[in-house]
Design a protein around this ligand. Structure first.
Ligand SMILES: Nc1ncnc2c1ncn2[C@@H]1O[C@H](COP(=O)(O)OP(=O)(O)OP(=O)(O)O)[C@@H](O)[C@H]1O
Length: 319
């Protein structure tokens, strides 16, 4: 498990990470999302002891990274895939890592096999494509068979096969009981890969919730209403807009999408107003829609209106 308690990082005037408190649990894949510059890499770097927090702490199984006895055997990380010696072969790179961490050489061949690099293991890493670098980075993370895995944009530069391979790999690792924490900008991929989502914006926690809950909350908020009766649809729209919590978006000549009300509530209102309907159904949001909503609110209004799983104490308003 990874534990963040009031984790904060300030670079001069920039508050890169602002009081993050959360647990990233074992046995599941936790996706880490946020707009560019939200503080994801900085958070990961602090967990890995590559940056010191200005305040708060990041713990791996209860200990700061700096006090882990065998870091590579406790936490595996993929941050900058290209951060290795270009003249060295993939195998030698992993062998060097293995030797300095007391890991047997046969484990190197095992992880090369796992990531599909056995055939090119003796080639200079400098000649590798970005996708091969990513695989080598993943091999390095797996080398010590750690319980905690941290991947920053692991599918960057991978072709669709590679993307699916990462998905299956991280799902297997989580199913074996490991803690997997990964960031990605590919929403559709995150929707397929993650169990839990942590979303940050401007360094602050916006959501920490199971992906299913996040999607269900969004889909409950969307009801598509179709009516052949323009006057009636207009009356329904006006009534909804005058009501608490409803938002209405036009979706064509004879259709609107209502957020904030359930199908039953909208259906009952239409019935009371005598509006003939040809369609009334819940629209499920994609992760992309849910994410855009969540982060747009943090950017536009300074504070998230819909906050999933974030304790009230953390819901600070931005200055
Ligand atoms: N070494 C540094 N010195 C100064 N500012 C920094 C440093 N590292 C990060 N920042 C700033 O901290 C903020 C968070 O950056 P970070 O790279 O953690 O975001 P991110 O969510 O990983 O972004 P991206 O999705 O673009 O990778 C940004 O405003 C960034 O400019």
């Amino acid at each position: 498990m990874i534990t963040l308690r009031g984790l904060t990082k300030r670079y001069g005037d920039t508050l890169a990470v602002d009081g993050l408190t959360l647990d990233i649990k074992e046995g599941q894949v936790t996706g880490f999302l946020g707009p560019n510059g939200a503080g994801k890499s900085t958070t990961m770097r602090m967990i890995l002891g590559l940056d010191n927090p200005t305040d708060g702490e990041a713990l791996i199984d209860g200990k700061p990274y700096s006090s882990l006895r065998h870091p590579v055997r406790e936490v595996g990380a993929l941050l900058e895939a290209k951060a290795l010696h270009p003249a060295r072969s993939a195998r030698n790179h992993l062998l060097t890592m293995a030797r300095s961490n007391g890991i047997p050489a046969r484990r190197v061949d095992e992880v090369l096999e796992t990531v599909g690099l056995t055939k090119v293991a003796r080639r200079r890493a400098g000649s590798f494509s970005l996708g091969m670098y990513q695989r080598l980075g993943v091999a390095g993370a797996l080398l010590g068979d750690p319980q905690v895995l941290i991947f920053d944009e692991p599918v960057n530069g991978l072709d669709p096969d590679g993307v699916r391979w990462v998905r299956e790999l991280v799902r297997t690792q989580a199913a074996e009981g490991r803690t997997v924490f990964l960031s990605s900008h590919l929403m559709s991929e995150m929707q397929l890969t993650a169990d839990q989502l942590v979303v940050i914006g401007r360094g602050k926690l916006l959501a920490d919730a199971p992906i299913a809950e996040l999607l269900a909350s969004s889909s409950r908020a969307g009801v598509r209403v179709r009516s052949p009766h323009a006057e009636g649809l207009r009356a329904l729209t006006e009534q909804l807009l005058a009501s608490e919590g409803a938002r209405v978006e036009p979706a064509g000549d004879d259709e609107v999408v209502v957020s904030g009300w359930t199908v039953e509530e909208v259906g009952d209102l239409a019935h009371r107003l005598g509006v003939r309907l040809h369609g009334l159904n819940a629209v499920s949001a994609s992760l992309e829609q849910a994410y855009m909503e969540l982060t747009a609110e943090s950017v536009e209004y300074g504070t998230a209106r819909t906050v999933f799983g974030v304790p009230a104490a953390q819901r600070k308003t931005e200055a």
